[in-house]
Design a protein around this ligand. Structure first.
Ligand code: ADP
Ligand code: ZN
Length: 737
């Protein structure tokens, strides 16, 4: 009799657990049903993934109960999640946990309300942090009903600590409750946009060709991955929209993935006004709304889902098309377990369903380009910008040839300052890019060389002038900088590697008559804040915007005619086999921000390595040439896309333990790997010490994914000698630091 259920529980063990199904639940339980099961001394939430008639375990415990109206999983998603857990070597329960937002699982949300009797009490908070607390109280004054905590944090642009402080003071209370009526439309943005707008223009020939090929595949209902390689401003979004229209009109579902940072109200609006109701899934969304969206998708009430990484598991019904925009973005890779890559899971999902998948980018990864070259993906090219706008002209400024610099920070060449001045004189806007925030990284003593480094991470601290502290950008540890060197008492401390804060200060003094603004993680404290800074720039209130890679991505600001890259070489020196690729991609993306309006654009690249092929390819915007260069190196060294890679990281507060564990496991890996898997290391990781832990790593290379996984799994099953040592396995790692 089939009365045994395999139940996936969110723990880092791949296998599911067997339970007996009590007779009275027999008809009720199917694969995908959420259940409560006894687990050790407590009860855990889990999902039935299979029903069977046998188990290797002689004594089985019984399922406690079915979770009434909990979220069920479709068979299609179960298959995909099983593949994910298997491929990335993680627990099936962990994978399921990633796919389902918490309130859908637990149906409980933290909410905030006034304490009885104090309703609407006037804000009068004083002392440190009073500002934030007053904002919370003001917000609650305007919202008499309980507000989800997440929402409060979002809308007030604060952390949750002022809310907790207020709760401690007894002014407000935090409580858990079920989300307000499931299925009732959330007040999300997407609901307020009129939809079904006509197209504002006809697609051009290149767009037509791409749309036609994708449409054909939608009708054929056959798997095919397309690599839509289109320069910035070539109109890729129009291709996605028209393809999506076709699928929706045929009654099918559509899934569109965007990198988190690109999920701006504008992006959502562009899709919604043409395609109708969208379920938007991203991490900034209050849990309740995410839960509502999930429910609507599951019921088939909404057929279009848009979201960041984890939306690749969105429960869209009758899926007919998947789109991954900006498919080269590293944020598609999750950096904790399960360490999945949403682009690859998307391709797999399309493959399992037999539907087309469109990967779009101006700068595809070497893996994607090679897949296209070998015919596994079909390439669709958009080589021209829409309305025949020209690509920006790119000028190299060789910093080695310069005598002296144009400014005190040493960051702006005379030539660049001239270009900025000319642009401002024409009343056009300037975007400056520097991938280093703060005032200066690396404060050191000019006499003895003492350098201020983080005690926990052993990397140079970054000086932040307006807060007058030095901070570690990994663990946030901070310190004041004394007047004298702590080692030799010399008073000549010097700063090296200036950052965005310093650039902003310099610009303000060079161009006192214009407004300068800055976009980086120090100025952007919430999604809304980023929008405000960009909106001011779009409205022309700001003339110069300085920023980190946040400015490089996706923004369409017509007034920008000059883009300056202050230090094109920042990423080239990183110990990562992708450093050239990442440099070229970033430069192409930044360059794409210039000349999106009617006036032609100009890009100035400041570099000390103008002859480096990554810089040369970026100047010509030629990624096919970059692929050729990279292929020759990577083929020789068996790096992706010419071999598969996995990485194992060992971490412990005790350096000896880290190394011993790494060495012990490595010898086992070498035996197991024989001549099928190359085991390199252990070596100190480039970030040797992070948050107080010493780190070593091992790289695994192989021509066979399966062998790689079998060997890699050892890292998962191995019990380290000390419980403090952490071992993590990353399949297809993006981050090698
Ligand atoms: P990409 O994503 O490739 O960088 P977008 O899709 O953002 O480019 O398109 C750039 C701009 O061109 C958008 O404002 C879009 O509305 C417009 N556009 C797209 N296709 C056409 C077209 N065929 N004719 C005129 N304008 C277009
Ligand atoms: Zn640190």
């Amino acid at each position: 009799m089939k009365n045994i259920a395999r139940v996936a529980i969110p723990v880092p063990i791949h296998e599911a657990f067997d339970y007996r199904i009590p007779d009275e639940m027999l008809g009720q339980i199917v694969p995908g049903t959420p259940v409560l099961v006894p687990f050790g001394p407590s009860r855990r939430y889990g999902w039935v993934i299979e029903i069977t008639d046998h188990s290797v375990h002689p004594k089985l415990r019984k399922i406690h109960s079915v979770v009434e109206d909990g979220a069920t999983l479709s068979e299609e998603l179960l298959t995909l999640l099983d593949w994910t857990a298997n491929y990335y070597v993680c627990g099936i329960g962990e994978a399921i946990e990633t796919a389902l937002p918490k309130p859908v699982r637990e149906r409980k949300v933290r909410q905030v309300r006034w304490v009885r009797g104090l309703e609407g009490a006037l804000p009068d908070e004083k002392g440190g942090g009073a500002d934030a607390r007053n904002r919370v109280l003001e917000f609650l004054q305007q919202h008499p009903k309980p507000v989800p905590l997440r929402r409060l944090v979002e809308d007030c642009g604060i952390s949750d600590s002022p809310i907790k402080t207020l709760a401690k003071k007894g002014r407000i209370e935090i409580f858990e409750s079920l989300p307000p009526e499931f299925g009732v439309p959330g007040e999300s943005l997407a609901d307020s946009i009129p939809w079904d707008q006509p197209a504002p223009f006809e697609p051009n020939d290149e767009q037509q060709t791409a749309i036609a090929r994708i449409r054909e595949q939608i009708f054929l209902e056959k798997y095919q991955t397309f690599l839509l390689h289109g320069v910035t401003g070539s109109g890729k979004t129009e291709v996605y929209i028209r393809a999506a229209q076709t699928a929706l009109a045929a009654g099918k579902g559509v899934l569109v993935l965007l990198p988190e940072i690109a999920l701006t109200p504008q992006a959502i609006e562009r899709f919604t006004e043409r395609l109708g109701p969208v379920a938007v899934l991203h991490s900034m969304l209050p849990d309740t709304e995410r839960a509502v969206h999930h429910e609507r998708l599951r019921k088939g009430e909404v057929k279009l889902a848009m979201g960041a990484r984890s939306a690749v598991f969105a429960p869209v019904t009758d899926l007919g098309l998947i789109v991954v925009d900006e498919c080269h973005e590293s944020s598609y890779k999750q950096e904790n377990s399960p360490r999945y890559h949403a682009r690859d899971v998307a391709v797999m999902r399309a493959h399992q369903l037999g539907i087309p998948c469109v990967l779009g980018s101006a700068t595809p990864s070497m893996e994607s380009l090679e897949n296209a070259r070998q015919g596994r993906y079909e390439k669709l090219n958009l080589e021209n910008r829409v309305s025949n706008r020209d690509m920006a002209t790119i000028e190299i400024i060789d910093r080695r040839k310069e005598k002296g610099t144009g400014d005190s920070s040493g960051l702006l060449s005379r030539r660049l300052i001239d270009l900025i001045r000319q642009t401002l004189d024409r009343e056009e806007q300037v975007l400056l890019f520097l991938n280093r925030r703060g005032f200066a990284r690396d404060v050191h003593c000019r006499q003895c060389g003492y350098s201020f480094r983080c005690n926990s991470c052993d990397i140079p601290l970054t000086y932040h002038k307006h807060r007058d502290i030095a901070q570690c950008h990994y663990c946030a540890e901070q310190r004041g900088i004394p007047d004298r060197c702590p080692q030799c008492q010399f008073t000549g401390l010097r700063q090296r590697s200036p950052g965005t804060e310093r650039v902003e200060e310099t610009l303000v003094s060079l161009f006192p008559e214009v407004r300068v603004d800055r976009l980086d993680r120090d100025t952007v404290t919430s999604g809304r804040r980023m929008e405000q800074i960009l909106q001011k720039f779009r409205d022309g209130e700001t003339q110069i915007l300085v920023g980190t890679q946040m400015v490089a991505k996706g923004h369409d600001i017509p007034g920008v005619t000059l883009v300056g890259v202050l230090d094109a070489d920042v990423a080239l020196g990183l110990p990562d086999f992708r450093s050239a690729e990442k440099t070229a991609q970033l430069l192409c993306q930044v360059a794409g921000r210039a000349g999106r309006g009617d006036a032609p654009g100009r890009v100035a690249l400041q570099t000390r390595q103008p002859e480096h092929y990554a810089i040369e390819c970026a100047v010509r915007q030629d990624l096919d040439e970059l692929l050729e260069h990279e292929n020759s190196v990577r083929q020789m060294l068996h790096y992706p896309p010419h071999g598969f890679l996995a990485r194992i990281v060992f971490e412990d507060e005790d350096e000896k333990r880290t190394l011993e564990t790494a060495e012990a496991l490595t010898s086992k890996l070498k035996v197991e790997g024989e001549n099928r898997v190359q085991v390199l290391g252990p070596a100190p990781a480039p970030l040797e010490k992070l948050r107080g832990r010493f780190r070593h790593h091992v790289l695994l290379k192989s021509n066979s994914r399966e062998s790689l996984r079998i060997v890699g799994r050892l890292a998962q099953t191995e019990k380290p000698r000390w419980s403090s040592t952490r071992i993590t396995l990353d399949i297809d790692p993006q981050n090698l630091l």
